[in-house]
Design a binder for this molecule. Structure first.
Ligand code: ADP
Ligand code: MG
Length: 325
């Protein structure tokens, strides 16, 4: 299983940022409202994620480290219509095959916390008592220590850390209800406080997309026939063009040409030729969209892409009307 896990790891675990992504998504799946991310040396020395989510019951700790153990898919239909981030049950097993991984966790029902770590090449899992409040801490130490070719492939600490930082921005903007902190080598680099009021939302957006964008952004809010688009479009009058382009489909960040095309077209109709910043969240029936099963890519295919494109365009046109009022 070790080899199979290492092969699977090649797909899931490209670099430290992909480990952070998998672990933070698990924290969010577990209902955490607070996620602390500690990084040392760009993540090659240490990635530690601490959350206040539901926790993992003692008897499931060892299982969580084994391949295809997922508590999230119960039927094929679940798979098709999946809305939670994780659905493959491979991330933890893959990560633990290429790093020293430990899980410490406590559920609300348990009076004690437990820690599990994989030992040796057979991946026997040891479970011992530990101290931890409700939630989980996952520690990933010495990433790629046993796959030297991979390790050599890592860029400088600074570059690897910036990938983590960028990825966190994407999730922090979509999940403004979550308190995130990020440290590097013991120094706090980011603190995203949960945003409840409009002012707090604007502050958080300013932290991530720049102040001018946040202060002047046009509101996008449109619903039609099961489709919904919400978010912000940069004002055409901003002097600094933001390169913050975030598009989410059912809460999942995706890269898709369709949205850029619609944004460009909406701006072109106003006589403006640049691509502005945007933060747009599209919700639709999960059966109307295929999410690429490749975990590291973020691609989707809409069954009715023309229809979705035109819906987005109309939503943006309505937002742009605001500036003439
Ligand atoms: P998946 O997320 O696809 O189910 P993972 O390998 O990422 O697979 O995680 C395996 C299982 O471990 C999850 O299904 C979940 O039950 C449990 N788990 C992992 N991380 C956490 C966490 N931070 N809090 C609670 N449960 C977790
Ligand atoms: Mg997962």
């Amino acid at each position: 299983p070790q080899l199979a896990n290492q092969i699977a790891a090649g797909e899931v675990v490209e670099r430290p940022a992909s480990v952070v992504k998998e672990l933070v998504e698990n924290s969010l799946d577990a209902g955490a409202t607070r996620v602390n991310i500690d990084i040392e040396r760009g993540g090659s020395k240490l990635i530690r994620i601490r959350d206040n989510g539901a926790g993992i019951p003692k008897e499931e700790l060892a299982l969580a480290l084994s391949r295809h153990a997922t508590s999230k898919v119960h039927s094929l239909d679940d798979l098709e219509a999946i809305l939670s981030f994780g659905f493959r049950g491979e991330a933890l097993a893959s990560i633990s095959s290429v790093a020293r991984l430990s899980l410490t966790s406590k559920t609300a029902e348990q009076t004690e916390a437990w820690q599990a770590f994989a030992e040796g090449s057979q991946m026997d899992v040891k479970v011992t008592p530990a101290a931890h409040p409700q939630g989980s801490t996952i520690e990933v130490v010495d990433l790629f220590f046993n796959t030297p070719a991979r390790r050599r492939f890592l860029k400088s600490d600074k570059t690897e850390f910036s990938h983590i930082d960028e990825w966190l921005k994407r999730i922090a903007i979509a999940r403004s209800d979550i308190h995130f902190t990020l440290t590097h080598n013991g120094k706090q680099v980011r603190q995203y406080r949960p945003a409840n009021t409009d002012i707090q939302h604007q502050q958080r957006m300013g932290q991530i997309c720049g102040r001018q964008f946040a202060e002047n952004a046009l509101n996008v809010a449109c619903e039609h026939d099961g489709l919904s688009l919400k978010g912000y479009l940069q004002s055409p009058f901003d002097t600094v063009v933001s390169d913050s382009n975030y598009f989410y489909v059912n809460g999942r960040l995706v890269r898709d040409k369709l949205v850029n095309h619609a944004v460009k077209q909406a701006f072109a109709e106003q006589g403006i030729e640049h691509l502005p910043g945007y933060v747009l969240m599209l919700s639709l029936d999960p059966h109307q969209v295929d999410v690429n099963v490749h975990p590291a890519k973020h691609e989707v295919r809409f069954h009715q892409s023309r229809y979705v494109h035109d819906f987005i365009l109309q939503a943006l046109q309505s937002a742009l009307i605001q500036i003439h009022q």
